[in-house]
Ligand binder design. Sequence first.
Ligand code: ATP
Ligand code: MG
Length: 569
Amino acid sequence: MRYSQSLLPTLKENPAEAEVVSHRLMLRAGFMRKLTSGIYTYLPYGLAAIRKVEEIVREEMNRAGAQELLMPMVQPADLWQESGRYEKYGPELLRFKDRHERESCLGPTHEEVITDIIRRDVHSYRDLPLNLYQIQTKFRDEVRPRFGLMRGREFIMKDAYSFDMNDQMAEISYRKMHDAYNRIFKRCGLDFRAVEADSGAIGGSFSHEFMVLAETGEDTIVICEKCEYAANMEKARVAAPQLDNSIELSAMEKVETPGKRKVEAVCKFMDIVPEQLVKTMVYLADGEPVGVLLRGDHEVEEVKLKNLLKATDIVMAEDKEVFDATGVSSGYLGPVGGSIRLVADQQVEAMRNFVTGANEKNFHLKNVNMHRDFEVESIADLRQVTTEDLCPLCSGKLELTEGIEVGHIFKLGDSYSVALGAVFQDNEGQEKPFVMGCYGIGVSRVVAAAIEQNHDANGIIFPVPLAPYKAIILNLDLKDNEITAASEKIYQDLLDQGIETLLDDRDERPGAKFKDADLLGIPYRVTVGKSYAQKGVIEIRRRCDGVTEEIVVADVVPYIVKGVAEATL
Ligand code: ATP
Ligand code: MG
């Protein structure tokens, strides 16, 4: 492509609206323009990067035996009512009526539509397994669309759905997708991890997220330094604590703690450490108050709590709500003689002679012990892992790091097929519901994540496989016939070798051309300027590490062809 003929509007300044690097750089490098909140037009350069991801995704999905189809974006509400999700999904599902007053919605995901197809057309175990996928625009009315393509309202997703005759076969389909995803993100040139993810009600390790490691990630992931264990913080297991029954239980005592509500203040006042205190956090689980007990220095992992309580929505109660529910000012709440439902983190059971609120303003209790002084409804792993915890598999040291979720695979089981009556006949003529899996990749988010992971102060550093152009040729003097002829020749030769190339033939100062080449993140920069006119050499520079060489014209194309081939898996 000739730069002079492209729509590639680069910006010199950082747009004020962009908070994260990828968003800033994508706006500056002319990837996209915002139409309205969370909704973007993908300009040619941005679309080309998205297409690169799509190409790799398609090849690997096809290789894994999946087939591509394309489902509608507009979906009838009836189908969502059948699955029970029309009520449950919440405001991310954009609902509207058509001219005939028929309730409809814009697809945020396609389990219902695909299950409807399968129930109509697939009837026998002989037709299984099946895995169908599409690459399509999704709409989710996100509360806080932000960070550009990272969390849009409209975005491009690859979603796949597998159908199997039993659990065992479904696990094979799941494994295949796990492998395909590993290949996809590796081929994209990204540093990523597959982590165990929360699978809500299903449980087990049947959900994995694929995380691109980057500081700006919205998710925290836990990685073992020794073994393969990696999990989303939401799911990361804390090893069960050792119970030590040798410590003697002391007599419980009430202590006046005037105005001391916070863990830190109570500890200071009573001359103890937070490890000797149990705090009572009040949550509203679908509106119902529940007290959660945990050690003073620990934090509640809300996803674990939500799963334990089987709640659809949990929020921490405000001070007033705490008072309304318990009759006690927050800060003095405790498990002894309280009136609300209580659950406890497993660590609390292993603690002896701890401090808690006394359920009375300005008082705490000392030497409290579970089972002797109070009971709870359930004891479970409810807290966030810390770096002081050890790996649940090998007791190695754990590391916490930030990640961007680019893919999510999930064993669904038969919940959709049962709800929608999608059944087949097994080899004994028995009617059975399909066992399903679903597998998503945020295609547009992958491009943003790639930039979060690969950039410097001057711009994007595209991993070669995702770069829309592998090389950019800077013609530094359009008026010099020799320079222009050499630029054109290299351009043609690269195109002939199948190397996507941008020829900067704009009437711009060299400085502007260098700046744009860096900003766009094109892996190889070929400069045809004075040294060509004087010495017959071309400067070639790699964007990834800045390595610069001067080579003769004849070597330029082979150099780039070799470099691109090496980066292509
Ligand atoms: P998140 O926790 O980030 O909201 P999700 O769990 O809702 O993601 P899925 O429903 O599993 O996401 O969707 C599959 C993939 O689509 C995600 O792994 C992510 O990469 C991408 N994705 C989800 N929501 C968005 C969005 N609003 N903008 C861009 N990509 C998205
Ligand atoms: Mg979401």
